[in-house]
Design a protein around this ligand. Structure first.
Ligand code: NAD
Length: 329
């Protein structure tokens, strides 16, 4: 049995300077927790956490989860681990599988093993909807995955396997969260591996047609970052032994095609800059490793974790778009 959640013990957030991680650090600090944010700043940035620097409850630790020494040092005195550090992006993992493997799998094992050695029993980690792979079944149910379509998906599936083993062998209270296409403020629109929503917003703001891979009828269960943070907090506070060693979908349970997404973004951005209404789209070849359709079954997270997404796609875009307009024009 896992001891009850102790709100006075520091929480370690790996990937704390990243997109989701920095929002998570904000929520934890606001809730009164002491937070250690571990990050190597490879895809995250100090800008994401700059506002927390003077916050006495937040400590930034620059370190690399590929180094067991760095991970052990960050683990000292910690009561709970929320593990988000990873190299995201399916195309990145196809271009450089060894880099993705080193961070997402070896790094994951370092964090898990260092937690075990330090006696940390409560561990929440980010998995991904990519583990559903080539399964065409919709909606995606946690117990029915397909074959992975990318090295990134392999690392996330292997994370889940390791988490299950550490739960069974060592009785750790480990919960995996399969995030579905998270978006929101601070998600990086730059570079070849940027996610669709920030990439589309940036193009539209520059009056450049966004590039859609394939016919644009591929669909995703887009999830506002505030929902992802609420799911992590629910998992962190969970004391139900039935949830230990389990994975849960984190999504809204609604799907939207990329074509429709661009229309929504155009409408939203046109409120700020009317010229955006005239910007078209460019279609290029579909990308290897991408799944065609994605839609989560959200019943397990609702029934067992008590988590339901409260911010839908439209409301999430209304929050995110003004942020991009302020920061990227
Ligand atoms: P992100 O790139 O913004 O955050 C990841 C953070 O990990 C970054 O701050 C990065 O600097 C850090 N990091 C990378 N390598 C590291 C290393 N070797 N040592 C220490 N820190 C390192 O991405 P995100 O979107 O915030 O993703 C957070 C987690 O959620 C990841 O595990 C990702 O795989 C998972 N996830 C995200 C999505 C999504 O749509 N954003 C979907 C499914 C799963």
């Amino acid at each position: 049995m896992c001891p009850p959640f102790d709100p006075s013990a520091p929480v370690l957030v790996t990937g704390g300077a990243g997109f989701i991680g920095s929002h998570l650090c904000d929520a934890l600090v606001q809730a009164g927790h002491r937070v250690h944010g571990l990050d190597d700043l490879s895809t995250g940035s100090e800008g994401n956490i700059a506002h927390l620097k003077d916050e006495g409850r937040f400590r930034f630790v620059q370190g690399d989860i590929r180094s067991m020494d760095d991970v052990r040092a960050a683990m000292a005195g910690v009561g709970t681990v929320l593990h988000l550090a990873a190299l995201g992006s399916v195309p990145r993992s196809i271009a450089d599988p060894a880099a993705t493997h080193a961070v997402n799998l070896t790094g994951f094992l370092h964090v898990l093993e260092a937690a075990r050695q330090a006696g940390v029993r409560r561990f929440v980690y980010a998995s991904s909807s990519s583990v559903y792979g080539d399964s065409a079944e919709l909606p995606k149910r946690e117990d029915r995955t397909g074959r992975p379509l990318s090295p990134y998906a392999v690392t996330k599936a292997a994370n889940e396997a390791y988490a299950g083993v550490y739960h069974r062998l060592h009785g750790m209270h480990i919960i995996g969260l399969r995030f579905f296409n998270v978006f929101g403020e601070r998600q990086d629109p730059e570079g070849p591996y940027a996610a669709a929503i920030p990439r589309f917003i940036r193009s539209l703001l520059r009056h450049e047609p966004p590039t859609i891979h394939g016919d644009g009828l591929q669909s995703r269960d887009f999830t506002y970052v505030g929902n992802a943070v609420q799911a992590v907090l629910a998992a962190m506070r969970n004391d139900d032994p039935a949830c230990a060693g389990q994975v849960f979908n984190v999504a809204c349970g609604e799907r939207t095609t990329e074509r429709h997404l661009v229309e929504l973004l155009r409408t939203e951005l046109a409120r700020i800059d009317p010229a955006v209404a005239q910007v078209g789209v460019v279609h290029v070849e579909g990308r290897q490793g991408d799944v065609r359709d994605s839609l989560a079954d959200v019943a397990k997270a609702r029934d067992m974790l008590g988590f339901t997404a409260t911010t839908g796609l439209h409301d999430g875009l209304q929050r995110a778009v003004p942020w991009y307009a302020r920061h990227w024009t």
